[in-house]
Design a protein around this ligand. Structure first.
Ligand SMILES: NC(=O)c1ccc[n+]([C@@H]2O[C@H](COP(=O)([O-])OP(=O)(O)OC[C@H]3O[C@@H](n4cnc5c(N)ncnc54)[C@H](O)[C@@H]3O)[C@@H](O)[C@H]2O)c1
Length: 359
């Protein structure tokens, strides 16, 4: 019997899931001194990070399906760092998930799909969610896996579980899904995690600072390179289209409408592994039309950077369930995700988050 207070299921046991599981276990130290380093919020609605527990996991990679979650998170092709040396068995066997369009393009060449007949359907996943008594399903499917992502959203609905969509496929930003979650009385957070010190978050902050200082932005771009499977997958322009869109939508909120703007994944550099480099460039004009330009290079490890936000999102989803908040949480989501559907300003989002956490 899992005694965790927030029971989480993950769909997609890739690098981000690895960092999330490691982050939770790192903070579950049995009441010892809690390392606050890198935490956005120690307490949310009375819950600590260590109060999160994992009750189900879904993947389609033969190297992960059937393994305990504690081992699957370190299976190839996952390449994020191991920060937590010893992870006990979690008693959660990774189940074969709904395949749909999860493994297309470049991924199909490196992911051996665990074959299963008949194919897993939405109701099979919903049934596992019910049996495990999950409170929240976190979707970590690859970018571009739109049908698969929506199938998991359907499973969460069928099982009565809150949904946190970490990838850029539209669920929180889709009118139909928004209404379905509202009607079912379930919280919906997403889409596409705005990492803790993420490129989009930093780019927005810089653009907001330019506006505050009264200068005009004429153009900007944000180039991103990395070496994990997410970047391999996004080498395919079609698969990456949703990511380019969520970044652009998020930046459009702060970059003036007349400015030229390009932002998206730019290349796959295998030896970077889970490291990601972002180059942000802004050009504009100040007093008297003085031209200026700035360039920022941000180097991070991709997956822990997103897990630092998801540990908050799952606690918010649980607290929202307790408070009977149904449907998309647009204001709070704006702080944590790139495309919440109906974004608010950063200031309003931050205030809404503070109010949510300390009502
Ligand atoms: N900083 C970040 O890393 C970051 C930030 C924002 C958003 N995201 C998004 O989060 C998502 C996950 O990122 P990641 O780095 O963990 O990717 P990843 O490629 O490491 O993991 C994806 C996992 O999903 C599995 N999968 C594929 N199809 C599936 C299906 N149909 N059902 C179940 N599992 C399936 C894969 O086998 C793999 O284990 C991506 O869409 C990414 O763009 C990541």
């Amino acid at each position: 019997v899992d005694v965790s207070q927030i029971r989480v299921a993950v769909a997609g046991v890739g690098n981000c899931a690895s960092s999330l599981v490691q982050g939770v276990l790192h903070h579950r130290d049995g009441g010892g001194v809690v390392d606050r380093c890198g935490m956005m919020h120690e307490l949310i609605g009375g819950y600590r990070i260590g109060d999160v527990g994992f009750v189900a996991g879904f993947d389609v990679d033969a190297r992960k399906v059937g393994m305990d979650l504690s081992e699957a998170i370190f299976s190839e092709p996952n390449c994020t760092s191991r920060y937590v040396e010893s992870i006990p068995s979690l008693g959660v066997v990774v189940a074969r998930g709904i395949l749909e369009d999860g493994v297309d393009g470049a991924l199909a060449e490196i992911v051996p799909v665990a074959r299963q007949a008949p194919e897993v359907e939405t109701e099979d996943v919903a049934s596992i969610l019910r049996q495990s008594a999950a409170h929240v399903l976190v979707c970590y499917l690859p970018t571009g896996a739109r049908r698969a992502t929506q199938a998991y959203a359907g499973a969460a609905l069928a099982a009565g579980v809150a949904f946190v969509n970490c990838n850029p496929e539209p669920v929180a930003a889709d009118a139909t899904w928004r209404e379905r979650f509202r009607a079912a009385g379930l919280p919906l957070l997403g889409d596409d995690v705005k990492s803790q010190i993420g490129a989009t978050s930093l780019h927005r902050a810089l653009a907001g600072w330019c506006e505050e200082r009264g200068v005009v932005i004429d153009s900007c771009y944000q180039l991103n390179i990395g070496g994990n499977t997410d970047f391999l997958n996004m080498r395919d322009v079609g698969r990456a289209a949703s990511k380019r869109m969520t970044k652009t939508i998020s930046l459009s909120g702060v970059v003036p409408p007349g400015a030229k703007l390009t932002a998206g994944p730019s290349d796959f550099v295998p030896h970077l592994e889970d490291r990601k480099i972002a180059y942000i460039h802004i050009e504009g004009r100040g007093f008297l039309g003085m031209p200026f330009s700035m360039e920022v290079r941000l180097g991070v490890e991709d997956s822990p950077n997103s897990a630092g936000v998801v540990v908050d999102a799952v606690r918010i989803a649980k607290v929202a369930t307790e408070r009977g908040l149904a449907g998309p949480l647009d204001d709070v989501s704006t702080y944590l995700f790139k495309n919440p559907g109906r974004p608010v300003s950063d200031r309003v989002a931050r205030e809404a988050l503070d109010r949510f956490i300390r009502p």
